[in-house]
Design a protein around this ligand. Structure first.
Ligand code: ADP
Ligand code: MG
Length: 246
C-alpha cells in the first residue's frame, strides 16, 4: 500500500470575494478538522463553488485568511497549495483518448516526477482502491458516468492530497449511479481523509459529515453538527431550504 499524506485541518476565515460588483463571498468562515468531513449545503448561486475556489486560491480572496494546520497559506506558492488539495468536480474532465490508467498517472508523472512505470503502478493501485482495477486499460468513454467519477477520485488520490474538495461530485450522474460514488466518498471519510464536500445529497450530509455549513447569498447562515442543522434549524432560511430539498 502506498503511503497517504497525513490529513490536515483547514480553516477559511472571513473570506471575501467579488466578481466585479457582485459580492459573492461576504465574510465566510469554514473549518474542517484533520480527518473529518465538513459539508457545504445551500441554494444554487449561494457561493459554494466559489468558496472552494477561494480556499484553493484559484480565485484569490480579497480579504480573509486560509490556514492549514493553523498556519496561513496565503503567502505560499498557489501551485504548491493546490497540489496539497485534491479536487473532484461535477464534470470529471478525463482525457477521452488516454486510457483510464494514463489519466490517473498523468499528475504523478508530470507534477511529481514519477517514472512511467512507477506512475503506472500507482495508478493501477489507486484504481483498485476505487474498485476499478479491471478498467485500467479502458478508455473513459467505455465506462459509466459513475465509474468515470470514481476514476476522477482515483486521479485526485494519486497525488496524495492532504485534504479533498468535492464540488457536487454526483450532480451530473444518472440517479442509479449516484450511490456508488457517495459510498466511495463515505469510505474515504471514514478512512480518515479530511474533506470539504459541496453537495445536494442531504442523506450524505446528514450521515457522513462531522460539520454542516449552510450558505446563502455568500454568507454562512448556520453551521454545526448535522443533528443541529437537520433537526433543530435556527433560521427560517435553513428551514425553507430543507423543506425544498428533503
Ligand atoms: P453555487 O456553487 O453555490 O451555485 P457559485 O459559487 O457558482 O454558486 O456562484 C455564486 C455567484 O458567483 C453567482 O452569482 C455566479 O454568477 C457568480 N460567479 C461564479 N463564478 C463566477 C465567475 N468566474 N465570474 C463571474 N461571476 C461568477
Ligand atoms: Mg456550484
Amino acid at each position: 500500500m502506498t503511503t497517504q499524506n497525513t490529513p490536515v485541518s483547514l480553516t477559511g476565515e472571513n473570506i471575501h470575494l467579488s466578481f466585479g460588483t457582485n459580492k459573492v463571498l461576504r465574510g465566510v468562515d469554514i473549518h474542517v478538522d484533520a480527518g473529518k468531513t465538513t459539508t457545504v449545503i445551500g441554494p444554487s448561486g449561494s457561493g459554494k463553488s466559489t468558496l472552494l475556489r477561494a480556499l484553493n486560491r484559484l480565485h484569490e480572496p480579497e480579504q480573509g485568511d486560509i490556514l492549514i494546520d493553523g498556519k496561513s497559506v496565503l503567502k505560499d506558492n498557489p501551485d504548491k497549495l493546490r497540489q496539497r488539495i485534491g479536487m473532484v468536480f461535477q464534470h470529471f474532465n478525463l482525457f477521452p483518448h488516454k486510457t483510464v490508467a494514463d489519466n490517473v498517472a498523468l499528475g504523478p508523472r508530470k507534477l511529481q516526477g514519477l517514472s512511467k512505470d512507477a506512475a503506472r503502478a500507482l495508478a493501477v493501485e489507486q484504481l483498485e482502491a476505487v474498485g476499478l482495477g479491471a478498467k485500467a486499460d479502458s478508455r473513459p468513454g467505455n465506462l459509466s458516468g459513475g465509474q468515470q467519477q470514481r476514476v476522477a477520485i482515483a486521479r485526485a488520490l494519486a497525488m496524495k492530497p492532504e485534504i479533498m474538495f468535492f464540488d457536487e461530485a454526483t450532480s451530473a450522474l444518472d440517479p442509479e449511479l449516484v450511490k456508488g460514488v457517495l459510498s466511495l466518498m463515505a469510505d474515504l471519510a471514514s478512512g480518515g481523509m479530511s474533506m470539504i464536500v459541496v453537495t445536494h445529497e442531504m442523506g450524505f450530509a446528514r450521515s457522513v459529515s462531522d460539520t454542516v455549513v449552510f450558505m446563502d447569498h455568500g454568507q454562512v447562515v448556520e453551521t454545526g453538527p448535522p443533528s443541529a442543522l437537520f433537526e433543530n434549524a435556527e433560521t427560517d432560511r435553513l428551514r425553507q431550504f430543507l423543506a425544498q430539498v428533503l
